[in-house]
Write a protein that binds this ligand. Structure first.
Ligand code: ADP
Ligand code: MG
Length: 701
C-alpha cells in the first residue's frame, strides 16, 4: 500500500527541513508523513475550562486563567534577571515569571490588559506562579485547531525542543500536515467492519485524535485507532498461522499405540486431572491432522505439565517418531530427566539427556544413537539446538518455559526434520488473555486450569521485619516435622552489590539461629560457579540440607516435594508474577505448604497491592491479570517480545474488549475469505503482501 503522499519523507513538510527531520527520525522514529500523523498525543489539556486563582493548589496541572496584568517589573541582573508580572482575577493574585525572551515580554505584555494565561503553576515563596506562561490577549482568543478545546500534548525530547519542536511545535507541524494531506488518507479498514462496529472513518479519527472538539469525539477516534492497530496485528498473526499451515505439512500421529497405552495403564502413578486429559486430547487431535502443531500449554506451577509433555512424546514414539524436550537451565533439564525416567522404564522408551556439560565421549555416542533412532526421547538444554545434533526423525519438540527462548531458536528446531516437527510450548507463567492473544496469537493455546486433587492450597502470610523471630520459630517447627525451607533474596542488577550484602547478612543471621550440626544450610546465588550451584542444589534435593538460601535462580523449575515453606525476603521488591512463581516451588507434596512474605514496614501503594494479592489468592491467572494492570504488558513479558507490544494507542491492560473484537473480526474474515480474494479485502491483501515481501517464511514465523 505505497502511498505517494503519506510516504513522503518528513523533511519535505513545511517547517521541517533536513536538520529537524534528522532529529525527528533519531528521537521519535518519525521518517514519513504517515509516521508524523501517527505520533498521537499522550494526553490532552482541557482548554474549555478556566480556573480561578483561588482554585489553584499544589496539585494543579496545566491550567488556564483569565486575569489582568496589574504590574510588571524586572528583578535581578545577569543570569538571575527575570520579569515578574502580577496577575489578578476577582478571586486573588498570582505571579507570572519569565527568565528568557525578556525583550519580547517587555514589548508585548501590557500592564492593564486582560489575558488568558496558560501553564503549570508552582508554589514558591508563599505564592503561586507560572513560569513562561503562554499568554493570549483575552479579546483575541483564537479559535483554531487545539485551542479552546482539548489541546493535544505530544511526547517530545530535549533535543527536539532545541529545534523548537516541543509539544506546541509538534502540534503546529501536525496541524499543518493534516490540513495538507487529510483528503488523501485512505481508509484502511473494510467498510462492513466499520459499519459493524460503528467506527468513525479513518480521516475523522485522525483529525479527532489530534484535535478533538470534545471528549466524545476523542473517545470514538481512539476506539477506532486502537481497533485498527489491534486488527492489523491480528491480521498478521493469523495470516502467518494460516500460511504456516498451508505451507508446512505436519507429521501425522494417527495412532495411539503400545507406549502411550502401557504408560497410561501401567506406569502413571496418578489419575490425570480433567484439565490434563483435555489438553492431551487437544494435542492428540492437533497432531493427527497432517498439519504442523504449534501449541502453547499454559498451566500454573504444579498443574502437571510434565505428564502432559510425556504423554505427547510417547504419542510421537508410538507413531515412529522421536521427541525432544528443551529446558532453559541445566538444573531443570536434569530434573525433567529424573522425573521422566522415574515415570517410565527402559523397556518402554529410551530416554537420554544432553546438556552443555555432557562429556565429549558421551556426546559422540549420543549423536550416533540419535541418528540411528536408538533414542526415543531426548531431554536437554540449548545444547539440543546445535547443528551437530541430528535426529533420525524428530516428530515433536517440547519447549519448557517458553519465554526464555527466542523465535530464532524455535525456528532452528524446526529445521531438524524435513517436515517440521510439532511444537509444544509449555509455560508456567500464566499470561493474561489479551497478552496471549497478542504475543501468541499465531499459536493455539491450551490451558491446564486445575491442580491435581488433594493438593492443599498454599497458605500465604505477610510479615514485617519486626516479626522475624516469629518467622524463624515457625521455620524451626516445620523443620522439626522433617520439612525443608527455601529462603529467597532479591538480586536485582542495579543494586547487586548492596543486595549481595543483604544476602550475606541474612545468611549470617540465619547461621546464628540455625547452627550446625543440627541444621544444614545450602546456598545458591548467581555469582557462584555452576558446579557449586549444582552441588548445593543436590544437597537440598537429597534432603541433606534443610534450608536453601537462594537468589531468584530457583525461580524456574526445581521440584523438591518435601520443601513446604517458601520465605521471600524483601518481598515488596519482587513483581507479582515472580512472587507467584517462587511460591509455586512449594506445595508440591502432600503436606500443607506455606509462603511467608517478609517486607519492610514502608510499602509503596503498589507494593501493598502485590502482597495483599498474594495473600488473597493462589490463582495464577487472576494474579497475572492484576500484574498486567499494575505494570503494563512490557514488563510482564520482559524485553524479548516487546516488539510485538509496541502499541501506539491500544493498551492490553485496558482494551480487552477492543482486542477481542479485532481478533474475532479477523478470525471471521479468514474463515469467509482465506485467500483474501474478495474485493473488499484487496487492501488487506496488499498490506500483507507488502509486509511479507522478500521474507522467507521461517524468518517471520
Ligand atoms: P508443572 O506443571 O509445574 O511442571 P509438574 O509436572 O512438575 O508440574 O507436576 C507437579 C507435581 O504434581 C509432580 O510431582 C507430579 O508428579 C504431580 N502430578 C502431576 N499430575 C498429577 C495428577 N494428575 N495427580 C497427582 N499428582 C500429579
Ligand atoms: Mg514444570
Amino acid at each position: 500500500m505505497f502511498n505517494p503522499v503519506l510516504d513522503t519523507p518528513v523533511e519535505f513538510l513545511k517547517g521541517v527541513g533536513p536538520s529537524r527531520a534528522d532529529v525527528l527520525k533519531k528521537d521519535l522514529g518519525i521518517f514519513t508523513y504517515q509516521d508524523l500523523l501517527s505520533h498521537y498525543p499522550f494526553r490532552y489539556i482541557d482548554r474549555t475550562k478556566y480556573f480561578k486563582i483561588n482554585q489553584i493548589n499544589i496539585d494543579s496541572q496545566y491550567i488556564q486563567i483569565i486575569g489582568r496584568v496589574i504590574g510588571k517589573k524586572v528583578i535581578g541582573d545577569k543570569r538571575a534577571k527575570r520579569i515578574v508580572a502580577v496577575f489578578k482575577d476577582e478571586t486573588g493574585i498570582m505571579e507570572l515569571v519569565w527568565f528568557q525572551s525578556l525583550r519580547w515580554v517587555e514589548d508585548h505584555i501590557t500592564v492593564g490588559a486582560a489575558y488568558v494565561a496558560f501553564g503549570k503553576p508552582t508554589f514558591f515563596n508563599g505564592t503561586f506562579s507560572i513560569s513562561h506562561p503562554e499568554m493570549e490577549l483575552y479579546q483575541n482568543r483564537q479559535v483554531g485547531r487545539g485551542n479552546l478545546t482539548l489541546q493535544p500534548v505530544y511526547n517530545s525530547t530535549e533535543k527536539l525542543k532545541k529545534f523548537n519542536l516541543d509539544s506546541k511545535g509538534l502540534q503546529r507541524l501536525i496541524a499543518g500536515l493534516l490540513d495538507q494531506v487529510i483528503q488523501q488518507v485512505p481508509e484502511n479498514l473494510p467498510a462492513y467492519i466499520i459499519d459493524k462496529y460503528q467506527l468513525p472513518d479513518k480521516r475523522i479519527a485522525l483529525l479527532n485524535v489530534h484535535f478533538p472538539k470534545n471528549q466524545k469525539d476523542l473517545n470514538a477516534a481512539e476506539r477506532r485507532l486502537k481497533f485498527e492497530e489491534l486488527f492489523f496485528i491480528q491480521l498478521q498473526l493469523l495470516h502467518n498461522k494460516q500460511l504456516r499451515q498451508l505451507k508446512f505439512k505436519g507429521v501425522t500421529f494417527d495412532k495411539v499405540g503400545e507406549k502411550v497405552n502401557r504408560f497410561y495403564n501401567e506406569f502413571l502413578p496418578f489419575e490425570l486431572t480433567n484439565a490434563q486429559k483435555r489438553v492431551v486430547k487437544e494435542i492428540r487431535l492437533d497432531t493427527q491432522r497432517g498439519v504442523q502443531m504449534n501449541r502453547l500449554v499454559q498451566g500454573d506451577v504444579g498443574s502437571g505439565k510434565t505428564a502432559v509433555a510425556l504423554m505427547s512424546m510417547l504419542l510421537a514414539n508410538d507413531n515412529g517418531y522421536q521427541a525432544c524436550m528443551m529446558a532453559p537451565t541445566e538444573i531443570l533439564a536434569r530434573q525433567h530427566y529424573a522425573s521422566i525416567t522415574g515415570l517410565v522404564s527402559d523397556d518402554l522408551v529410551r530416554v537420554a539427556i544432553l546438556t552443555g556439560n555432557t562429556k565429549k565421549k558421551e556426546r559422540t555416542i549420543l549423536h550416533e544413537q540419535l541418528e540411528n533412532g536408538e533414542i526415543d526421547i531426548l531431554i536437554g538444554t540449548h545444547a539440543l539446538i546445535e547443528d551437530k545434533v541430528q535426529f533420525k526423525n524428530l516428530g515433536l519438540v517440547v519447549i519448557d518455559e517458553q519465554h526464555r527462548f527466542g523465535v530464532e531458536q524455535r525456528a532452528k528446531l524446526w529445521r531438524k526434520n524435513v517436515i517440521p516437527p510439532h511444537i509444544l510450548v509449555m509455560t508456567a507463567t500464566p499470561i493474561p488473555r489479551t497478552l496471549a492473544m497478542t504475543l501468541y496469537g499465531d499459536l493455539d493455546v491450551s490451558i491446564i486450569d486445575e491442580l491435581p486433587a488433594g493438593r492443599k492450597p498454599i497458605e500465604t502470610r505477610h510479615l514485617f521485619e519486626g516479626q522475624r523471630l516469629r518467622m524463624f520459630g515457625f521455620m524451626k517447627q516445620e523443620i522439626a516435622k522433617g520439612r525443608q525451607v527455601y529462603i529467597v533474596y532479591p538480586l536485582i542488577k542495579e543494586s547487586e552489590k548492596l543486595d549481595l550484602l543483604h544476602l550475606e547478612a541474612g545468611i549470617e543471621q540465619l547461621s546464628y539461629h540455625f547452627p550446625r550440626p543440627n541444621y544444614q544450610i545450602s546456598i545458591v546465588h548467581g555469582q557462584m560457579a555452576n558446579i557449586d550451584k549444582q552441588f548445593e542444589m543436590e544437597q537440598f534435593i537429597a534432603g541433606k540440607s534443610q534450608i536453601m538460601v537462594a537468589t531468584t535462580v530457583i525461580e524456574v523449575g526445581v521440584n523438591v516435594p518435601n520443601a513446604s515453606v517458601m520465605v521471600i525476603e524483601n518481598a515488596e521488591r519482587f513483581g507479582l508474577s515472580q512472587l507467584h512463581q517462587l511460591r509455586g516451588r512449594v506445595g508440591r507434596g502432600a503436606e500443607q505448604s506455606f509462603c511467608i512474605l517478609m517486607s519492610s514496614n514502608r510499602l509503596s501503594k503498589e507494593g501493598k497491592v502485590r502482597l495483599e494479592t498474594m495473600v488473597r489468592t493462589n490463582n495464577g491467572f487472576e494474579i497475572s491479570e492484576i500484574d498486567l494492570q499494575l505494570r503494563g504488558p512490557g514488563d510482564i513479558t520482559g524485553t524479548q517480545q516487546s516488539g510485538v507490544l509496541d502499541l501506539k494507542l491500544a493498551d492490553l491492560a485496558k482494551d480487552q474488549i477492543i482486542l477481542s473484537e479485532a481478533r474475532n473480526t479477523v478470525i471471521e474474515l479468514f474463515a469467509e475469505d482465506p485467500q483474501l480474494e474478495k474485493i473488499e479485502h484487496a487492501a488487506l491483501k496488499a498490506y500483507l503482501q507488502k509486509l511479507n515481501r522478500g521474507i522467507s517464511f521461517d524468518k517471520i514465523s
